[in-house]
Design a protein around this ligand. Sequence first.
Ligand code: COI
Length: 361
Amino acid sequence: MSYKISVEKVQHSSASQIDFNNIPFGKNFSDHMFVADYYDGDWHDCRIIPFGDFSLHPATSAIHYGQAIFEGMKAEQDAEGNPIIFRPLKNWNRLNISAQRMAMPTIPQDLFMNALDKLISLDKDFIPDTDLSSLYIRPFMFATEKFVGIRVAEHYRFCIFSSPVGAYYTKPVRVFVSEKYVRAAPGGVGFAKAAGNYGAAMMPTHEVQKLGYDQLLWLDGIHHKYFQEIGTMNVFFVIDGVLVTPGLDSGTILDGVTRDSIIRLAEDEGYIVQERDVSVDEVINAYHEGKLQDTFGAGTAAVLSHIGAFHYKGEDYELPAVEEREISNKLKKRLMDIKSGKGEDVFDWMHTVPVGVYAGQ
Ligand code: COI
């Protein structure tokens, strides 16, 4: 089935009001947004409209029972000025995996991609062309049925908006290994990009931020021994030349698109990559033996962000200067070059938005 998307354009674009040389993360928004509503078992009223507020009934079920999921993607401009989006089908697929776990409807691929193409084509002037900046794209879905009671909602809204952004982290990130709180447990929703995963992390994260750390590095929910992820990013370690990252089998870790890309690029560069359990003891022993060469995070917003230090049981473990981190610097450059259209797209990751074919442009 093909979904017709109507378009209502803004009278005046706000693009000229944005200082593209100095963009904070997540505070500026493009002119338009895509909205579709789900009822009677299908998506209806697919529309691109001026970016703006929703009006919500107080009993809107997502607010009470948390059926809410989201995604994050990035677009840049290639040398000809065409918008290019990094691996959008991976995000479409993960959105639907999250939707299934949260008993929400899935989004057909053609609806997702047509909405994305049309929206980004219309708002292409919001794509920064400055280094380290990009257009962050936020697809999300939430239950909109108005009722009081615990059951699967029958009405949902799917929306996509975009936001020109600069770097999420501007310096190496200091993380605190949590012994007290857990993010996810086997059988739970850790693998889903569910809003509640982020909500549940707010208080523990705020606690360590007050101690001077940027983020929590979560341990597994059973043994409190194996690394999981950093809340805003997946985590990688370089131990004695080998790239190690927690595996996805437990279902407690987000299947990051950047994580997957880093693994594939590292293998392509000839590095040994291991997706497996990695314990705090292993990493601390490697640290003391001088074999922990690097620790970094990977995520859409954060791209590849170096970890400056991690804290565990009262001790700060300071990591090497960023300039010395050969493997991650090489992988970061290759990833950023592909995303900006400068590097060879060996894996066919980039989607070029067909500009000008929509909405009478
Ligand atoms: C992303 O990386 O896209 C996220 O959703 C995490 C958040 C830090 C914005």
